[in-house]
Design a protein around this ligand. Structure first.
Ligand SMILES: [Fe+2]
Length: 518
């Protein structure tokens, strides 16, 4: 598509949809009486062939009122909502923080829809969304993102993504919010982005206020309004380096209370505020699969809620302990079933959406630098690689966030033994999305960061792409013959701008299981 045509389509879409952009910066949690009833925008997510989750939040006139609020919803085929295909009324109340979630069904596959909510005669912004195809798909394109830290910078990445016209979805692999207080990990005061509450989020009210702050951001609102999200939480939706029974940043001795209470609060707020189809199985987890038109199966993992505790990098015995799990036994078996079924169905691609770096970055004789990632659970990773190898699972792409830096990897059994730098011996590939706004790792951001990056490239023969410092996102293009990753970066997230620069590109040809420059 030519730039001219893209611009034309965008202009048309923008005027038709009556773009509604609030000013940036921290805002009051609830507006004064008479303000907009939809202060936090609209969102959609978890697209299937026949249904999609629609989301909004009603800003209550009286937050203390006990009675529920009726909210009308409509979804239609045109941007003016004249051709309605489904509608209904949902209820919300203080018990769910006045958020509204509808699973709108009876839709056509691979189709663009528009939707809106009404309350007391006031209409929300009109959102746009799209179901996934069920067969015959030739192309899938999505943005892979992670680590959106409100006080650390503007959400320029969401603004850049919102200018696109051609995405099927935005895949967010965690750290959608950060729990820290203002100034603890990103200083928002200088750019009028102080999160609420300004101290660390611990209680349900805290986490709800935190999501409300993030959703006042106009760029995030616009990304949600224009594209369905497929999201999964990582640790900062609760607390840094969370595991099933606690977190490094959870300190009962400082009055932070019981971990189970905090975990339930963080997860409740996340599920209230995110356009996610909630599971009814027992236990808290978010793993689920999306089928994209016989072209790709997107298997979303939850490597956070069910994991065993991290161990020290010096504790070789604990690291090697085969009983330690990152996913839990039930999820591990479920994932193997999903990959096996996808391979047997001859679906060209399997995409594994998950939070933390899968590739090993620990050369022989070294200690792992990050035992919160798969490097800290090598037995778990070994079981996955055994399975891929044994069951001949082909054309597998791992999608990752968390690292606040951009990486592209081949995934061999052992990068330092039996792997050739031309990709021979690789079983799969991995794309790691940079942060939207969180700061890059100190080793790359330091004065000698370029030297550090050069040393990393030498140490990791399976590393095919690295940008250690820039904030941005990845556009992943899937066709029957190849999966391509294109990195895009924001120049400076401390300055509000939707400008972006293209980074590198790598491609995995079908059947190759390794990356090459695109
Ligand atoms: Fe992060």
């Amino acid at each position: 598509m030519s730039l001219t045509r893209r611009q034309f389509l965008w202009t048309t879409a923008a005027s038709t949809l009556a773009l509604r952009r609030a000013p940036g910066g921290a805002q009051e949690r609830e507006p004064s009486a008479g303000g907009s009833r939809f202060q936090h925008g609209v969102a959609s997510g978890d697209p299937l062939g026949d249904r999609i989750i629609l989301w909004t939040r009603v800003t209550p006139r009286d937050p203390s009122a006990a009675q529920s609020i009726d909210v009308r919803w409509r979804i239609g085929a045109d941007a003016d909502l004249r051709r309605i295909v489904s509608s209904g009324t949902a209820q919300t109340a203080a018990a769910r923080d006045f958020t509204v979630k509808v699973d709108a069904a009876g839709l056509q596959p691979g189709t663009t829809y528009y939707y809106a909510f009404d309350v007391d005669g006031e209409q929300s912004p009109i959102g746009r969304t799209r179901t996934f195809p069920v067969s015959g798909a030739e192309r899938m394109r999505f943005a892979l993102v992670s680590c959106s830290n409100y006080p650390a910078g503007f959400f320029n990445v969401y603004a850049g993504i919102a200018k696109r016209l051609d995405l099927d979805a935005i895949v967010h692999v965690g750290d959608y919010i950060y729990e820290f207080g203002e100034g603890e990990y990103g200083a928002g005061a200088a750019i009028n982005r102080i999160p609420q509450p300004p101290r660390e989020s611990i209680s349900l009210a805290d986490y709800r206020a935190r999501y409300a702050t993030y959703r006042t951001d106009p760029d995030l609102q616009e990304a949600h309004r224009l594209f369905p999200f497929v999201a999964v939480w990582d640790d900062h939706e609760l607390a840094n380096d969370a595991w099933s029974g606690g977190a490094i940043n959870h300190n009962p001795e400082k009055g932070e209370g019981d971990w189970a209470v905090r975990k339930a609060a963080g997860y409740k707020a996340y599920l209230e505020w995110m356009p996610i189809r909630e599971v009814t199985d027992p236990g808290i987890h978010l793993y689920r699969t999306f089928h994209f038109g016989g072209l790709a199966d997107l298997v979303m993992l939850d490597t956070r809620a069910l994991r065993d505790r991290q161990v020290a990098s010096a504790n070789a015995a604990a690291l090697a302990d085969p009983s330690r799990t990152l996913m839990g036994a039930a999820q591990e078996a479920w994932m193997f079933d999903q990959l096996r079924a996808s391979q047997r169905a001859n679906t060209p691609w399997r995409l594994l959406g998950q939070q933390i770096m899968f590739a090993s970055i620990t050369p022989p004789g070294a200690r792992p630098t990050n035992t919160d990632a798969w490097d800290g659970y090598p037995a778990q990773r070994g079981r996955v690689l055994d399975f891929i190898d044994r069951e001949r699972v082909r054309d597998l792409v791992v999608l990752t966030g968390d690292a606040h830096s951009s990486w592209g990897f081949d995934i061999p059994r052992n990068p330092w033994n039996g792997y050739r730098s031309n990709g021979g011996g690789s079983l799969a590939v991995e794309f790691v999305a940079p942060a939207i706004s969180s700061p890059p790792p100190a080793m790359f951001a330091a004065q000698d960061g370029n030297e550090a990056a050069a040393a990393v490239r030498v140490a990791l023969p399976h590393l095919k792409y690295l940008d250690g410092v820039r904030r941005g996102y990845v556009v992943v293009d899937v066709t029957r013959s190849a999966v391509k990753a294109n990195w895009y970066f924001s120049r400076d997230v401390r300055v509000h701008s939707d400008a972006e620069v293209a980074g590198g590109s790598v491609v995995c040809e079908r059947g190759a299981a390794h990356l090459q420059p695109a």
